[in-house]
Design a protein around this ligand. Sequence first.
Ligand code: SAM
Length: 260
Amino acid sequence: MLAVRGLSPRHKLGQNFLHDHNILGKLVDAAEVSSGDVVLEIGPGTGTLTETLVERGCEVIACELDTGLADLIEERLGSRVRLVRGDCMSKRTLNPEVLSAIDGRQFKLVANLPYQVASPLMVELFTHCKNCEGQFVTIQYEVAQRLLAKVDSEDWGVLSILVQRLADVELITKAPPTCFWPQPKVVSACVALFPNKNKSDIDDDEFATFVASLFAKRRKQIGTILGRRTILPEDISPDARPSTFTIEQLERLFKQVCSC
Ligand code: SAM
C-alpha cells in the first residue's frame, strides 16, 4: 500500500505498522467494543486496526498526522470513518477537532500509539476527558512497565503515579518486534486502562507538577527537598525519599504542603 503511493515508513512519526492479527484481535477484544460505540483511534496508519473497528460496527474517529497516510485512509475507508487530519495533541491538550468530533459522548481509545505522544495522550485523556471510558493501546513495553510499576521499584516514577492515580492498568499481552513492519528495536505491549471513578478531588495538573518536582530529586530526602521546617503527614519521615511514597502518601503530602 505504501509503495504504490511512493511512501515509506517514517521513524520520527513512530510508524511501525501492526500486522499480527492475533495481537490486533486481543487488543480489540479487550476493548469490548460493539456496534454503535464511539472509538477514537490515534494514528490509523494504513487502516488495519481501523477496518477491524469499523467491521465491528464502531463509529471510528481517527486522527492522522501523516498526509500521505491520511489520503490512504480516505481512499481505503472513505465515509466509514471520521478522519481528522493533523496532530492529535495541540499544546499538550487533545486536538480541538477531535474533541468536537467526539461531541461530549462516551468513547474508548483503541490504538497502536505513536511512541512520541503515548504518555502525554494517555494522561491527558483521563485528566481532562471525563467521557473517556477506557484506553486500549499498544505502547513500548518499557512504558507499560512504568504504568504497571509497584511503589519503590526501579520503574516507579511520575508516569506510574499520574496514571495509576487516574486509572487501573492491566497488561493485555506483550508484542514482540516481529508483530510490526518495519520491526521496531524494542518489545511492545498492549495495555488496558480503566478510569478510576473514586480518585481524590485534588487538582490533577497541580498534583502532576508537584510530583514531577519531587521526582526531579527522587534520591534526596523529603526533608531536604521541602526544608526541615515543613510539617509532614504523620506517616512520612523527613528522611524518606520520594521514590518510596505511595500515591495516597503523595496526595496527603500535596494537600499539606500546598494548602500551607
Ligand atoms: N494504526 C496503525 C497500525 O496499527 O499499524 C499505525 C500505528 S503507528 C505505530 C503510529 C501512527 O500514528 C502512524 O500512522 C503515524 O503517522 C501516526 N502519528 C504519529 N504522530 C502522530 C500525532 N502526533 N498525531 C496523530 N497521528 C500521529
